[in-house]
Design a protein around this ligand. Structure first.
Ligand code: DAH
Length: 382
């Protein structure tokens, strides 16, 4: 910045000015210098320096003029110096203020520029989730059974051996327990007398809810129980330590084997389509008598066992039938555990493996995909 020349530091007589006419050049020169300095103040800090140089109380140019020119001026000059000084002061003050406003608004402009939002940029896309395929299949099956009068109940995943085994007619040391190698929970001993007896375990099936439901309510009972179950299985394409089942239980005073097979057939046709056939084969479960295994005619080859392009059907391996799930008429011994009169009531039960059904229906060949949650798979079942 140009500092105002030292002329304002000396009285007018030292500058050789004695006549009023000589003042106008002097003031014009000062004004010219001021305008040049003003143009150089580009930002806040240079503007402050410039303002102080001209308006500073102690040694600003205007103060110097007052002190050095005006006060000691001869009577002949004083009036003109005063008038010129006032004119200059008005110019200086208004220009300095105008400059401040200009600098400030330029700052605003640049911060607006920095923070501007480009509305034409694509937004952040947050993908919408969907129900997991297992949940969708649960829902499908629940809808079918609810439509014929069943209600949905849920139960604990942590169970006592009594509900998981004993009350289902599976005493300790019964060989069938080997099929359900179990996760037992190691819990610190409880001082609470009402605490559940240990060891607790992760339920190996949804069947314990048969007992819990019958303990709570008298016949008629018609429930399904969707849920997670656990077994100490090594993971492979068809095994997982956690999987899903839907238990079914219907008990009343007059339920026959025909009601049983008719209900299952209705469900299977609703789920796989009206053209499939069902069949059952004798089986064994400690809590049903008789026990059966339900099969469905292979929905993929139309129950022929042959692939469309020749050869055997890859889904049923040429067998024409696919094994679906276990079921049976409730064993009278079970009624003994829930204070039902086995002479007066009868009923049926079934336990559907959901993962297996979902794999069959949707052509999935590895149960592990249900637990890996790979979005490339999940997206296929929106
Ligand atoms: N709970 C059995 C299992 O997980 C499946 C089952 C079979 C359930 C027959 C039933 C039934 O209710 O009647 O292997």
């Amino acid at each position: 910045m140009t500092t105002p020349e030292n002329k304002t530091g000396q009285p007018l007589v030292h500058l050789g000015i004695t006549r009023p006419e000589e003042l106008s050049t002097l003031f014009a020169e000062l004004r010219g210098r001021f305008d040049a300095d003003c143009a150089c103040a580009h930002d806040e800090s240079s503007w402050k320096q410039f303002r102080d140089a001209w308006l500073g109380r102690k040694s600003g140019v205007l103060t110097q003029i007052t002190e050095n020119w005006l006060k000691p001026a001869t009577l002949g000059l004083k009036r003109v110096v005063g008038a010129s000084l006032n004119e200059l002061r008005a110019h200086v003050e208004s220009q300095i203020e105008a400059r401040r406003i200009a600098i400030e608004s330029r700052g605003e402009e640049s911060s607006l520029l920095r923070e501007r939002i480009d509305l034409s940029l694509p937004g952040v896309i947050r993908p919408i989730g969907s129900h997991h395929l297992i949940r969708q299949v649960f829902q499908e099956i629940e809808d079918i059974f609810v439509s014929i009068g069943f209600s949905v109940v849920e139960g604990p995943e942590i169970e006592t051996p009594y509900y998981n085994f004993e009350a289902l007619n599976i005493p300790e040391f019964h060989p069938v327990r080997d099929d359900m190698d179990t996760f037992y929970l190691e819990l610190p001993p409880s001082s609470d007398k009402n605490a559940a007896p240990t060891p607790l375990l992760l339920r190996t099936h949804t069947s314990p809810m048969q007992i819990r439901t019958m303990e709570k309510q008298k016949p008629p009972v018609r429930v399904i129980v969707p849920g997670k179950v656990y077994r100490r299985d090594n993971p492979d394409a068809t095994h997982s330590f956690a999987f899903h089942q839907i238990e079914g239980l219907a008990v009343d005073t007059d339920i026959t084997f025909c009601d049983f097979t008719g209900t299952i057939e209705y469900f299977v046709k609703q789920f796989f389509g009206p053209s499939v056939k069902t069949r059952f084969r004798p089986s064994y479960f400690p809590f049903t008598e008789p026990s059966v295994e339900f099969d469905v005619s292979c929905p993929f080859c139309g129950g022929t066992g042959a692939a469309a392009g020749g050869g055997t059907c890859s889904k049923c391996k040429g067998a024409a039938w696919i094994e679906l799930f276990g079921a049976g008429m409730v064993d009278p011994a079970v009624y003994g555990f829930v204070n039902y009169d086995a002479k007066k009531v009868s009923g049926f039960a079934f336990g559907i493996g959901i993962d297996r059904l979902a794999m069959l229906k949707y052509g999935i060949d590895d149960i592990q995909v249900f637990f890996q949650n790979d979005v490339r798979i999940l997206r296929q079942f929106p």
